[in-house]
Design a protein around this ligand. Structure first.
Ligand code: MRU
Length: 346
């Protein structure tokens, strides 16, 4: 693992002393508060409330959450143990629907259990913990690989635009879309970033801006509705964003607003790249219409961060993700290489 010279200012998620430790992202950028969890219920709440968020990070959280649920099991037979595992796996898997990494990691835990079902339960528990740590370590490696591949697409002196937070805070290491930027900067390129603030929960303004500043990277925050103007002014050379689920035909779900950014990029003839690990590709889903889209509480829009900004009782639609059709995507940067369209064929 080439650690380069970019070290994350924080550890987003870790497994320490048989507990899960996360940085509570709802407190950023004002406070860096770490929380330790010893039950799957606490991990479920942390995923739901976006204390830990971003597709790869919630996959890791899901795997660690399964470990919390089974590590003190007193089952003496595999069927009894399996029932415990299935209960906690199903519970965590349904916490957030769009990022496939969550179900991918949990299904991997279930498969590991099945593959080792002949072992004594205490040994099986250790194997499951090792598997969760492997998921975490592999995610780190994939971040570095995406960075390597993606950095070849960025030229010295470029300014790139990103949406939401696809950085260290969304993964076990230094991100997906932001990995590309970190790597390009490590290579000595002079790179500037425009970060969409990302309504309604401001992952761009709160998290991406904070994370890039911690790493000394030149970042400018804009409101989401300013991206067209900034592109029209010729300020953006490329767009790099992350993904929560990529369908078999390349249609890609990511944070709400990404689809609009892709349309703007197309209009301005700016390359639009998705950066995602292979754990974000869902081979079971033919196209974007089949990707489940999470809808969140109305209050996130009407009363964001505690201030009421819409009338009492108004109707609200709050999808947390949208789907960018494959045709708007210039290429997908993965840990295995850069995938050019057509996605399904290549
Ligand atoms: O609701 P969030 O903050 O979990 O949404 C996160 C995103 O949409 C990210 O862009 C995506 O997970 C990629 S993270 C590497």
């Amino acid at each position: 693992l080439d650690k380069g010279n970019t070290d994350m200012p924080v550890n987003t998620i870790e497994w320490i002393n048989n507990k899960v430790r996360i940085i509570d992202q709802t407190e950023l950028p004002l406070k860096t508060i770490y929380k330790e969890y010893s039950t799957p219920q606490e991990v479920w709440e942390a995923i739901k409330k976006l204390r830990v968020r971003g597709a790869p990070a919630i996959g890791v959280a899901g795997a660690f959450g399964v470990c919390l649920g089974i590590q003190t099991s007193t089952s003496t037979s595999y069927p009894a143990f399996k029932q415990e595992l299935d209960t906690v796996a199903d519970y965590l898997k349904n916490c957030r629907p769009t990022a496939v990494n969550l179900s991918w990691a949990i299904e991997r835990m279930r498969r590991t259990s099945e593959d080792n079902k002949s072992l004594p339960i205490d040994k099986l528990i250790n194997i499951l913990k090792a598997e969760a740590i492997r998921i975490f370590e592999e995610d780190k490696l994939m971040c570095r690989q995406m960075g390597e591949f993606g950095a070849t697409l960025i030229q010295d002196g470029w300014t790139v635009l990103t949406h939401c937070n696809a950085g260290g805070l969304a993964t076990a290491d230094y991100g997906t879309a932001l990995a590309v930027i970190y790597k390009a900067v490590e290579q000595g390129k002079n790179i500037k970033v425009y970060a969409d603030e990302t309504r309604p929960l401001l992952q761009g303004a709160r998290l991406t801006a904070w994370e890039l500043m911690q790493n000394g990277i030149d970042v400018t925050v804009i409101c989401d509705n300013m991206a067209a103007m900034v592109m029209g002014q010729g300020k953006i050379n490329a767009v790099f964003v992350g993904a929560d689920r990529i369908a078999r035909n390349g249609d890609t779900a990511n944070k709400i607003g990404t689809y609009g950014v892709a349309i703007l990029a197309k209009h301005h003839r700016i390359p639009f790249y998705i950066v995602a690990p292979s754990s974000t590709i869902d081979p079971n889903i033919p196209d974007g219409a089949h990707i489940p889209i999470e809808e969140r509480a109305a209050e996130e829009i009407t009363c964001g961060f505690g201030k009421q900004t819409a009338p009492d009782g108004v109707k609200v639609y709050n999808p947390a993700f949208d789907v960018t059709p494959a045709g708007l995507i210039t290429a997908w940067v993965t840990d295995k290489g850069i995938l050019q369209p057509p996605f399904d064929k290549n």
